[in-house]
Ligand binder design. Structure first.
Ligand code: FAD
Ligand code: GLY
Length: 372
């Protein structure tokens, strides 16, 4: 019999990486199995916003709490990952402007802000003039904005690779081009995984397969529970900084990165795994970006790409033990916020796998995933 691992993790994205990192830190013998290349799917496509308040604006429930908790983990994590992996995830804490371009949006955003202040979060209302005083490149179409000082950003591909490399430094094995075909389950208990031509034995298994997680959830419930949502993005290069703060609006966000790069995102198309970049998608984003930040018209086009977000039917990620197979843990369905939620997901899953009590996790449990 070959090597026996404590844990086999299926999926080498930011979620598999974060879990591998946490488990390796706890002395577990871990193997990560990735069907393609590491961090090349959603985790490599993400804009890297840590938009707990900006993206989850309709929430003050369990997902919001989890997101805020995860956001707070980044400063320490960035240092830890840099020390172990040598990778700088470029954590930037210049906040986010969630902008309004109609009176209706002004009204909606002010309501969101009141809720978030009541939930103990920081936010400040800025008029259009105050927005432009802060960011002179922004146009007159902006009527006001909720400024969120604590929604930062990172480089998403770097974060994913930093988790994985740090896990490897701590002893984890990373295997690319290794697709897991099935789980090895004996009398309801997992014993490992089966790849193309190999059985890898492990005490426990984590399914962190992003938008491809539907088929692991249980017979008869697969396709609808986790489904793909395509997103296209582009980046441009500027010789002078056009923006310091991330700008988030309906249908378009602008994320300033180091080196004069601006990421513009993102389209939304449900139920497709296609990753082709369409002229329609990119031209729509460009038009929206120019309306908000006119000087972007002079920027140099760098590249465009697409990724596949893992969405669930009820919009909550699935975190917990598989309802049928003992020893299998599911960590999927992080939709638009997997980068933000990756640190807390790693800790929560590692704690559950060690049999620890994890408070507030019930709404995310896998059994709920089977019944929605
Ligand atoms: P993935 O990164 O897709 O990783 C899953 C991996 O599993 C893949 O590499 C896949 O090849 C592998 N796999 C699947 N099946 C198997 C198998 N059978 N065997 C072996 N391997 C397998 N989130 C944020 O927080 N902030 C953002 O600003 C942000 N922006 C985004 C912008 C875009 C355009 C997109 C598309 C997403 C964005 N997201 C953002 C969301 C975020 O990218 C995802 O939620 C997150 O990357 C999901 O991570 P994951 O590891 O679950 O999935
Ligand atoms: N969170 C940004 C996106 O998914 O496009």
């Amino acid at each position: 019999m070959g090597l026996v691992y404590d844990v086999a993790i299926i999926g080498g994205g930011v979620i598999g990486g974060s879990i591998a990192f946490q488990l390796a830190k706890r002395g577990k013998k871990v193997i990560v199995l990735e069907k393609g290349r590491l961090a090349e799917q959603a985790s490599g496509a993400a804009a890297g916003m840590l938009a707990a308040q900006g993206e989850l604006e309709k929430e003050t429930g369990p997902l919001f709490k989890l997101a805020v908790q995860s956001r707070a983990m980044f400063p320490h994590l960035a240092e830890e990952l840099r020390e172990l992996s040598g990778i700088d995830i470029s954590l930037i804490n210049r906040g986010m402007l969630k902008i309004a371009t109609s009176q209706e949006q002004v009204h909606e955003l002010k309501e969101v802000m009141t809720c978030q202040l009541q939930a103990g979060q920081e936010a400040e209302w800025l008029t259009g003039e105050q927005v432009r005083a802060r960011e002179p490149g922004l146009s007159e179409v902006i009527l006001g904005a909720m400024y969120i000082p604590n929604d930062g950003q990172v480089l998403a591909p770097e974060l994913s690779l930093a988790f994985l490399k740090s896990a490897a430094v701590l002893g984890a094995e990373l295997r690319e081009y290794t697709e897991v075909k099935s789980l090895l389950v004996e009398r309801g208990e997992v014993k490992g995984v089966v790849t193309h031509g190999e059985t890898i034995r492990s005490e426990q298994v984590v399914v962190a397969t992003g938008a491809w997680s539907g088929s692991w959830l249980g017979q008869g419930n697969e396709p609808a529970t986790v489904y793909p949502v395509k997103g296209e993005c582009l980046s441009v290069l500027t010789t002078r900084p056009l923006l310091r703060t991330t700008v988030f609006s309906h249908g378009c966000y602008l994320v300033p990165k180091r080196g004069g790069r601006l990421v513009i995102g993102a389209t939304m198309k449900e139920h497709t795994y296609d990753r082709k970049v369409s002229i329609e998608g990119i031209s729509t984003l460009m038009e929206r970006a120019k309306r908000l930040l006119p000087a972007i018209a002079e920027a140099e086009f760098e590249k465009a790409w697409a990724g596949t977000r893992p969405q669930t039917r009820d919009g909550l990620p699935i975190l917990g033990e598989h309802p049928e197979w003992k020893g299998v843990y599911l960590a999927a369905g992080h939709y638009r916020n997997g980068i933000l939620l990756s640190p807390v997901t790693g800790v929560v899953i590692a704690d559950l796998m060690e049999g620890k009590d994890v408070g507030g996790i019930k709404p995310f449990q896998a059994a709920r995933g089977l019944t929605v």
